[in-house]
Every structure is written in C-alpha cells, then in structure tokens.
Design a protein around this ligand. Structure first.
Ligand code: FAD
Length: 338
C-alpha cells in the first residue's frame, strides 16, 4: 500500500483552520493534523469583528493581494448563499466607510469584489458633517466564534485529525511529518524566532443595540460600529507593542464617545462587555515556503502575520499556502498521486 503523505498545520485560529481544511480537501491523499495550544473559542480570531474590509500591505504585489481577497470573499459569499448560513456565522453587511478628506485611491483595490460599491452622495454625507468623502458597499462579516466550530466540523469530515499541543520548535515535528505549515500568528515570534511580528492591541465593546443594521467605519479603522448577529461591535484601538490583555476603562470610554458621536442612537444601547485581542502584525504577512528543509527532512510553509485582516484574508492565503504544500510534496515524491 502507498504511504500517505503527512502534513501538520500548527495553529487553530482562522488562518490555521482554513489552511487545514484547504489542504485536507484539495489534497485528499494526505493525512492532515491540526496541532495547537488554543482552539475556538480561545483564539484571537474568535473575538475579531470579522469584517471583510482591508488595507493594502506595502510590499506584496497587488495582484496577489487581490487574489487573497477575492478567494476569501467568494468562499464566504458561497456560504452566505447556501442553506446553512445561520450555523456558519457568515453574513452580509452593508454600510459606510467615511473619510475626512478623500483618500489618494478613491476606490480600494477590492472595490470590484464587494457588492454594490459606490461613493456616498452629498445628501448621504450630510449625516456626517465632519466628513467630506464616503464609500458605500455590501461586504461580509465572518463571526469566528460560530464560523470556527463549523469549519472544524468540515475539517473532521475531510478526515483531518486534531491534537492539543504547544509546539516548542518546528524541528520537534520534523521526523513525523513531510510538510509543516506554520499558522501560529503572534506565536511565530517564539516558534520561528521572527522579530518582525509584533502585537497591535485592539479593544472593542459589545453592545446590545438591535435597531442598528448598517456598519459605519472611519478611515484606517480607528473607529467603527459593526452590527452583527448577536450584538454590535464598537471599536476600536490600535496600540502597537502593547501586551495588556485586560479591558482598559479609559479605552472603553473613548470608544463609546467616538462611536456615539457617529451614531447618537447608541446612547440608548446597553454595553454587554469588552474584549481585547492582539493583532498578529508584520509589515507584510509571511506566506511563503522556507528553503532549505528542516534537519529531519520536513518542508516548511509559513502562513502568518495578517495583522488586522486575518479573518478577511484567511481563505485566500490558505489556498496560496495549499499550493505550496502541493509543490513540496511533488518535489519530495515526484511519482505520488496527490
Ligand atoms: C479588536 C480586533 C478586531 C479585529 N477585527 C478584524 C476584522 O474586522 N477583520 C479581520 O479580517 N481581522 C480582524 N482582526 C484581526 C484578526 O483577529 C487576526 O488577523 C486573525 O485572528 C489572525 O488569525 P491567526 O489564525 O493568524 O491567529 P490567531 O487567531 O491568534 O491564532 C493563532 C493560533 O496559533 C496557536 N499557536 C501559537 N503559537 C503556538 C505554538 N507554539 N504551538 C501551538 N500552537 C500555537 C494559537 O494557540 C492559536 O490557535 C481583529 C483583531 C482584533 C484584536
């Protein structure tokens, strides 16, 4: 009998689980194991607002970033349009992205993938007197605390195995696997000694305000109001290198004040609680093969460092990383059927 190639995916946030599902489904002859110290509901991904709105990374070809966004958007849109949308945590979300001054590029690079993209009219802008420019569109909100359990089931259905474990070095896994995919987010700081990864602290408030249906986001995502399936997410903060995990009352007050200025009806809402997470940030995410192979023979593919856009780009980068896993296996076993 032919030996099955063995692939390990390290990290069970949205990037790791998406990658594990993609590898298991697209390379069905492989045995895939998802190894992680934390799983849903305890990952950073679980608390993220999960909006598909992204900024551009500085040094990655735009066409590649467009593929990541398109593949993610289309994957999630297909879920929204399927019958099991309620149990997946994926929903459509329409609203406004507003600016004090028009940005250099009036259309973001992903304008033609989201639905119904247009500029705000003067009449619509009157509602936001301090802002001179706005974009309106329908995008997707992917709520990971529901989406990740659903994706885990999809992984198990595809034959994937799960192991709870803190990995102290990729070398330790090398004798047991042909390819290791590193999706450890901020954990890559220690796991692969990457000093380019750093935390950007983000605090949000969860509010009960069920009359709100449209998102409002200020440029660069400094302040936002994102209605979701169970509560409205109010944000935010972007504090580089700040490792404080506790909810800061000063931040809560500032978030509430900024959001209420944008949407005065929030005065009638009830704050349900706060949450803090660390965006696994890097100048550019690392989605690449490592050369050479590890001592024990395993190839390594990295997929981490998505910063504030990991939910939005998880599926697209997972497809990219899966292509790299395929090439590693083809090099190692040129005659194997994948
Ligand atoms: C307030 C806030 C709001 C956000 N809003 C959005 C948004 O609207 N849209 C968006 O796209 N993104 C948003 N983000 C960003 C998003 O949360 C991240 O980009 C995303 O969660 C990164 O996913 P990940 O899988 O790389 O990392 P994580 O979710 O952090 O997962 C990392 C995984 O690796 C595991 N791990 C780490 N080290 C090891 C090790 N040594 N051994 C074993 N396992 C290990 C961890 O246990 C965990 O399971 C937001 C973030 C914050 C904080």
């Amino acid at each position: 009998m032919m030996r099955r190639s063995k692939v390990a995916v390290v990290g069970a946030g949205v990037v790791g689980v998406s990658t594990a599902v993609c590898v298991a489904e697209k390379l069905p002859s492989c045995s895939v194991t998802l190894l992680s110290d934390k799983f849903t509901p305890d990952t950073t991904s679980d608390g993220a607002a999960g909006m598909l709105i992204v900024d551009q990374y500085p040094d990655i070809p735009l066409e590649r970033q467009r593929c990541w966004f398109r593949d993610s958007f289309d994957h999630l849109l297909a879920i929204v349009q399927s019958q099991n949308t309620l149990e997946t945590g994926v929903l459509l979300s329409s609203g406004f992205h507003i600016f004090k001054e028009p940005p250099v590029n009036k259309k973001p690079y992903w304008w033609d993938f989201v639905l119904g993209f247009r500029f705000l009219s003067e009449r619509e802008l009157r509602r936001f007197p301090e802002y001179t420019f706005g974009q309106a569109f329908t995008t997707i909100k992917c709520e990971c605390s529901t989406y990740l359990p659903w994706l885990h089931q999809r992984f198990t259905k595809a034959g994937g195995k799960v192991e709870q474990k803190k990995v102290s070095s990729l070398e330790e896994l090398s004798p047991d696997y042909d390819v290791i995919v590193n999706c450890s987010g901020l954990g890559s700081k220690d796991l692969v000694a990457d000093n380019e990864v750093y935390p950007v602290r983000g605090q949000i408030l969860k509010m009960d305000a069920p009359w709100l249906h449209h998102f409002i986001r200020l440029e660069k995502g400094t302040t936002y109001i994102y209605p979701g399936s169970r509560y409205v997410t109010l944000g935010g903060t972007r504090q580089e290198g700040d490792w404080r995990l506790g909810v800061d009352p000063g931040d809560s007050e500032s978030i509430l004040k900024r959001c209420t200025q944008l949407e005065p009806s929030l005065r009638g809402g009830k704050v349900l609680g706060g949450w803090v997470g660390f965006r696994p940030s890097r100048r550019n995410p690392r989605v690449e093969r490592e050369v050479p192979r590890l001592g024990g023979g395993a190839h390594v593919v990295h997929n981490y460092g998505h910063g504030g856009f990991g939910v939005a780009l998880a599926w697209g980068t997972a497809i990219d990383a899966t292509g790299m896993v395929r090439s590693c296996l083809q090099e190692r076993y040129p005659h194997a059927k994948l």
